[in-house]
Structures are given as C-alpha cells and as structure tokens.
Design a protein around this ligand. Structure first.
Ligand code: PG9
Length: 619
C-alpha cells in the first residue's frame, strides 16, 4: 500500500511483519532503513590502504553488529539498494553494512593476487586476505560509532572465498561467516580446473576480465564473416592449445593467471598453496556454507569446505545449505531454474529461514535459528530436508554396474560383460552446450544454465557411450556423493573421461516441456594422466586397462517411478574443457596440432573389472 502522495510505501509480508519504503524524487528507494553512507581508506599492517564503503542505519537506536562483504568486483557504487537487493531479509533486520575493495582492486591500493595464498601468520608483517580482513575489522570497530563489537562476513563466489578467509586466524570480533559458493581450490574442482582438466573458456575469460586492468574488462571472441559474434566453439577449436589462445588473444601484457595456467598445469605447490581446504582444521567460527547443485562455477567449493570443517566441528557450528541453484541464485526468489521447476521460491525460503536467522542468532542473540546441521532442497520430490550430517547416515553407496549391452545392473553382476567402445576425436569434440557459445559473462551468454541443458542434443553421438536403467515401479532417492569407478583402456597415451548421471523424464510426463527431457543430476571430468598422482602426471599405456575413480559430487534427488536413469561417458566436453590431445605430452597447454589424435576408448564391463557408478541410495 502507499500513502496519498505515493511518497511512502508499506510492504506487508505474510508473516505479519512489514517494511516501509520511502520515495525520493521520482524513485522509490528500495531501502528498509535510512542509512548514512561514508567511505574510508583503511591502513593495513604493511601501510597499504584499502577502500571501504560503510552504510550505517540512522533510524535504529543500536548498538548494531557489522555485516561485511569483501570483493574484487568494486564497491564504489555500493548503496543500500545495491547490496540489499539480493538479501531483503537481512536488510529488513538492520545491520551496519561494510563493503570493501580487496587489495589491488578498484579504489584499494596494493597488488591484486588471484586467489591469494595464505601467508605464514607467525610473521607479523606478512599479509594476505585473512590479515587484511583482520586489520579492516580492527579499524571498523574503533571508528564506527555504536557498533556492538560483533562482525559477520558473507559473500558469494570470490567474496565467498574471502568470507572463508575471515574465519582463518580470525579477528576475535568475527562471530559468524557465510561463505556462499566459495571457491576453495581452483585446480581440484572450482573455477579453473576440475581434476586437472583445464576450464578453457572460463580460465581464458575470467583472467582476462580481472587482470587486464584494476577494474573489470569485457571479453569478446570477435565477429565472424557475417558480422555475428563469433562462436566460442570455433574460436577455441581454431586456436588449438591454450598457449595459442594466449598468443592470438591480442592482449599485450602478461596476465599472471594465464601465466600460471601455462606454467603450472599440474597440482604443484603453486595450486596446493592456494587450496583453502588445506587450512580449515583450526577454524572455529560458526560457518554457514551455501552451495548450488547446479553451480556452474563453484559447485565443489562449499561441499568440500563443509566436509573439511566437519571433522573438527566439536561445537556443532558448521552448517550447510544445498539446493538446485546456479551460481549464487539463492539471491533470487524464482520458482524454477531453466526447465527445472521447484514449485516454491526456494531462495527466499533459504534467506528468510536460515541466512537471516543465522546472523540474527550469532550477531544479535535473536531466537529462531534452528538448523541442526544441513538443509537441502531435494529435486524430484521438490521438498526441503534437514539432516544431522551430510551425507545422512542412512544413505548407502550402491553399485550401479555399467554392462556390455548398455544396461545397468544393481545387486547382481552384469549378464552382458565385455566392453563398450567409442572413438573420441579431438577435431570433433562433444559440445558441452548448444552453440553458439558466447564469452562467459557477455550479454547473450547462456553460461549460467548450461548444467541444466537437455542432454538429448548429444545423446546418440557415436562418441558418447550410454547406459540405461528404467525405473518401473518405485522411486529411487539418492542423497550424498556420487562416484564414478570406471575400468577403461585407450589406444592413446592420455585421455579424459567425463561421466554424467542423467534423469530421463517419461515421454508422457504431465509437464509437456519435460517429456523425454534428459536432465543431468551429476557430472564431472577426470584427466587420465593424473590417475596415480595429481602432482606427477604419467602417460597411460596404450591398450592397457586402468581403473579411474572420481567424484561426481553431492546430490539430493528422487528418480521418480516411470523415469529412466542414464549414465553417459565421453572424452571431450568442449570448449568448457580444453581437449586432451590423447597423446601424452609434458604440458597440454603447449600441445602442437600434430599431438591431437583420434583414439578408441573402451569401457570394460566386468566380471572381474566392473565399471560402475556408486549412488548414495536412501532406504
Ligand atoms: N566464480 C568466480 C571466481 C571465484 C574465484 C576465483 C575465480 C573466479 C566468481 O564468481 O567470483
């Protein structure tokens, strides 16, 4: 409702509460309180000054806690409307809000280092994102009047990683952190590599966007002969290796992260030192990790973070929320993601029932936070579930054997043994989504929802092996980690394996848009050369059978009666991942055109070597 002049707008919520928005000039400011905005340059322990924007509500008596977000993406335009747009529940509750430019970005001084590794904190002069957070908080507590001495840190993605950094050797005022889609290890499973396979488009685009200047830079693949934006599939196929991408990019200056990709293709100390999971055993700050099952960038990070914190969580203050979200989409109140329908606004439910109450509890002693450990929105059944631990103890890893005739066998060995073979040709790789492919963050990009693409666009290709299991008479619920355990041989001396678990909807599904839809629930790649060590890759022996075992990460899904479980294995996923030449070379980043060869891959079906997918089946 609004008042007579339309200057005051009252928004009433179903739960009896309401907020007031005021109109200034012609615009209704989407604010819940009146804020004073100020900026500051805060000196760090090494003398470098970092820029912050501070928003203090002036219509709440206080004292109030501080809620902080640190970011590489620029805070200059930060306003109450901007920050709180995606978090109206926190806005309504009233906090002193601080947004900070990290070292070397936008208005902050110093040198930006991508995913800066932790320094040795015994050295009082050493700096990193953890010490910068510490020094910022020490200054804020002294300089913001009427704060209550408690600080919460939250953020999504790069800021999620920074929120985690706030919890490592934290300032004592840090009482709660919420790393949301944090990148935890960009070589193992987040933005830049997965199990050693290089995320070619993302690595190229993101480093160019962030390191070309202090502010974000747009990336373009140029135009084709008709003047249309060039298809990224062709752009990267034409160039070949990543070294050629760099050479032909037109970028004159050396981008540190491109250099890192070129010179550190394996999991050496460069990447190990950036792996946050190696530093989580001393964290005691209450932590709410949030992740999306369909997060196209940092799906692995929150799962790994929770799992690494869990063994040391003696006070039971390590919490996890998982849902079928893409990167950060819990800030939306949508009832669907692509073709996937939730039926309810699950982002809003998470924010109101969990996020706002988590910070209310730890920063203001408010009642209402009742999450024991994990909340997950289960797909298929479209229901929220709460678990005392993730995965829940009732879920049992169950072998779904991949048989020689394309069937799947559970509980007894495959009747049809043998193998399924396909030829994988790096000159004709399997696209990871419909073409044309635009730069990651460009206007027409479909990057955000590729994990939900109907896989019918590649199922049926000769280089995609397929297994099927109809579910005739009862639902199958899987909650926990999915693992691929494959025995395979290749005629080459290197190779990639991509495993995809798919829920195929029936042809008579009540929702016409979902008839026959092939929805991936889990998917992951493994680069063969890292079979025995991520640090020291080794050639595969042509023709020899080897076991390849890798995680397809967490799931919470019901395959409904009448649906079909599909498993697909393929050896290219382009240009999301660079092509494996299938000939062992010391560094794939610099592979020559003649190294790329078509090879035959065979997936073995028992009896002694049963290739399988392990599914966490619930009773
Ligand atoms: N996914 C982005 C990112 C995080 C960390 C490292 C590199 C990229 C982001 O959305 O911030």
């Amino acid at each position: 409702t609004s008042d007579a002049e339309g200057k005051k707008l009252v928004v009433s919520y179903g739960d009896g509460s309401s907020i007031t928005l005021r109109r200034t000039g012609n615009a209704v400011r989407h604010v819940f309180h009146h804020y004073e905005r100020r900026e500051a340059m805060i000196p760090m322990r090494d003398g470098i000054k970092l820029h912050v924007v501070i928003l203090t509500p002036i219509d709440i008596p206080g004292p109030l806690p501080i809620l902080m977000q640190r970011t590489p993406y620029g805070v200059d335009g930060a306003s109450e409307a901007g920050f709180f747009a995606g978090r109206p529940e926190l806005a309504r509750d009233g906090y002193i809000y601080v947004e900070a430019d990290i070292r070397g970005r936008y208005k902050s001084e110093g040198q930006f280092v991508m995913c800066r590794p932790l320094a040795d904190h015994r050295d009082p002069k050493a700096i990193d994102e953890s010490t910068d957070t510490y020094d910022t908080i020490a200054w804020l507590l002294k300089n913001i009047p009427n704060n209550n001495g408690r600080v919460g840190v939250l953020g999504t993605s790069y800021p999620g990683f920074l929120a985690m950094m706030a919890g490592i050797d934290p300032h004592p005022a840090v009482k709660a952190i919420s790393p949301q889609a944090p990148m935890i290890d960009t070589w193992m499973g987040d933005d830049f590599f997965h199990n050693g396979a290089f995320r070619q488009t993302y690595g190229y685009d993101y480093a160019m966007g962030l390191e070309s200047s202090k502010e974000n830079t747009d990336v373009s693949y140029g135009k084709d002969a008709d003047g249309k934006p060039r298809d990224g599939f062709e752009y990267f196929l034409d160039r070949g290796s990543f070294a050629e991408d760099v050479k032909r990019s037109g970028v004159k200056k050396e981008l540190p992260t491109w250099e890192a990709f070129l010179h550190h293709p394996a999991y050496d100390n460069f990447w190990y030192s950036r792996g946050v999971e190696h530093h989580l055993n001393t964290v005691t700050v209450p932590t709410l990790s949030v992740g999306g099952y369909y997060d196209q960038e940092d799906m692995w990070g929150p799962q790994e973070e929770y799992a690494s914190l869990e063994p040391h969580d003696t006070k039971h203050e390590n919490f996890l929320v998982l849902g079928p979200w893409r990167h950060g989409s819990w800030s939306s109140s949508s009832r669907h993601l692509g073709a996937l329908q939730y039926g309810e606004p699950i982002g809003k439910e998470y924010r109101a029932q969990i996020e706002a109450k988590f910070f209310g509890h730890y920063l203001k002693d408010e009642p209402g936070f009742d999450l024991e450990d994990t909340a997950s929105f289960q797909t298929g059944s479209n229901t929220w579930h709460r678990y005392a631990h993730f995965p829940p103890s009732e879920s049992k890893p169950t072998a779904f054997d991949l048989c020689g005739d394309g069937s799947i066998s559970v509980g007894s060995p495959c009747a049809a043994t043998g193998k399924i073979s396909y030829v994988s040709d790096p000159a004709n790789p399997v696209p990871y989504r419909h073409r044309p492919i635009q730069p990651t963050y460009s206007e027409d990009s479909q990057w955000f929802n590729w994990m939900l693409e109907d896989q019918r666009f590649v199922t049926g290709r000769k280089d995609v092996a397929l297994w099927k299991m109809p579910i005739p008479d009862h639902d199958v619920t899987i909650t926990g980690e999915v693992i691929a355990d494959i025995y395979a041989a290749t005629t080459g001396s290197d190779g990639d394996f991509v495993a995809k678990l798919i829920d195929q909807y029936p042809d008579d599904d009540p929702d016409p848009t979902m008839r026959g839809y092939q929805l991936m629930t889990n998917m992951e790649i493994f680069r063969g050369r890292y079979r025995t060590s991520f640090e020291h890759p080794e050639a595969l022996k042509p023709g020899a059978m080897n076991e390849f075992k890798w995680s397809l990460h967490d799931v919470d899904h019901v395959f409904k009666k009448g649906h079909t479980i599909l498993v697909e294995i393929q050896s290219t996923w382009f240009p999301l991942y660079d092509r494996n030449p299938q000939t062992f070379v010391p560094n794939i980043m610099t592979a020559r055109p003649e190294d790329y060869k078509a090879e035959t891959i065979s997936i073995i079906a028992g009896p002694a070597h049963a290739s399988k997918i392990l599914l966490p089946v619930m009773p």
